[in-house]
Design a binder for this molecule. Structure first.
Ligand code: NAP
Length: 279
């Protein structure tokens, strides 16, 4: 039998997955760079995850993204887990290696920082504390990335306080847990403020937090990107803050996977944003 070249396949495993923007993004990059390959959304129920992931390489898949609710359970299935994915407790990017091993990484934190560096080039993480609202899966990646970027203190609030306490015990004493009702007050003197909750997203309740303690010049960002300009960002901008929307994080977190699977480092630029927004 001849060993013929196979068209590389990648995709995203989620449940549900129809809302994912990743197929539009990767499809755009494949066309832009004239590459052979396909990126496919796959709705996989939690009970089928292990079997699906073990079967995909046999079908020609070179890797996949994983999204809700598979980001945490995938760590038990992967053969190799990067240190940062282990620390965060979740993975979003899998590489199916030629030796049959499944390699799991988390690129959310990298995407979060790259988005801020691109759209707020004067942002200086060590300049002051960061206020982080929310303590879910995305918050863990954000907290890890902010600490790595040199933020001196992270004030963390979450509706369910024990979830925030768990982050403190995993990430150390630079994380200071505040009550959810302190979410506004804890923004005082912060250089960076991040909403990692799903509040403000289309179909979810708004994020209602007093913003009087915010100073002009503070970097404020929201992980929610539907809508692109959340009420939280609009109010922060009205107070003279530098604001960055969450779409760039989605684009940047996707780039390392695309490069590994399809052999081309993709550009994350205005054309990429527009391609995803218009899809
Ligand atoms: P998750 O693990 O389900 O966490 C959800 C967070 O939102 C928790 O902190 C939760 O608090 C909080 N929350 C939900 N409903 C609330 C309410 N009514 N009042 C107060 N807090 C509430 O989800 P995730 O994966 O961290 O994602 C969070 C958001 O980030 C989502 O909107 C997601 O789309 C977005 N995201 C964006 C990117 C990007 O690339 N831009 C990447 C990842 C995630 P409790 O713990 O109290 O429930």
């Amino acid at each position: 039998m001849t060993d013929h070249p196979r068209i590389p396949l990648a995709g995203v495993l989620g449940h549900p997955v129809a809302h994912s923007r990743s197929p539009a993004l990767h499809g755009y990059w494949l066309r832009r760079y004239g590459l052979q390959g396909f990126y496919i959304p796959m709705d996989v129920a939690p009970l089928d995850l292990a079997e699906a992931v073990r079967t995909l390489p046999k079908l020609g898949f070179v890797g996949v993204n994983v999204t809700i609710p598979h980001k945490e359970p995938i760590l038990q299935i992967a053969d190799i887990v990067t240190d940062r994915a282990a620390l965060i407790g979740a993975a979003n990017t899998l590489i199916f290696r030629k030796d049959g091993k499944i390699h799991a990484d988390n690129t959310d934190g990298m995407g979060f920082i790259a988005n801020l560096r691109q759209h707020a080039p004067n942002w200086h993480p060590p300049a002051g504390p960061a206020a982080v609202l929310g303590a879910g899966g995305a918050a863990r990646a954000v907290v890890a990335a902010l600490l790595e970027a040199g933020v001196p203190e992270i004030r963390l609030s979450n509706r369910t306080r024990p979830r925030a306490e768990a982050l403190r015990s995993d990430f150390g004493a630079k994380v200071v847990v505040q009550d959810w009702v302190q979410s506004g007050a804890m923004m005082e003197d912060c250089a960076t403020v991040v909403n990692t909750t799903s509040l403000g997203m289309v179909g979810k309740p708004p994020l209602q937090v007093p913003m009087d303690a915010l100073s002009a010049g503070t970097l404020v960002t929201d992980l929610v990107y539907t809508p692109l300009q959340t009420q939280f960002l609009i109010e922060a901008a009205a107070r003279g803050c530098v604001t960055v929307d969450g779409l760039g994080m989605l684009l940047h977190q996707a780039a390392p996977g695309f490069e590994r699977w399809f052999g081309q480092r993709p550009d994350v630029d205005e054309a990429t944003r527009q391609a995803v927004l218009s899809a």
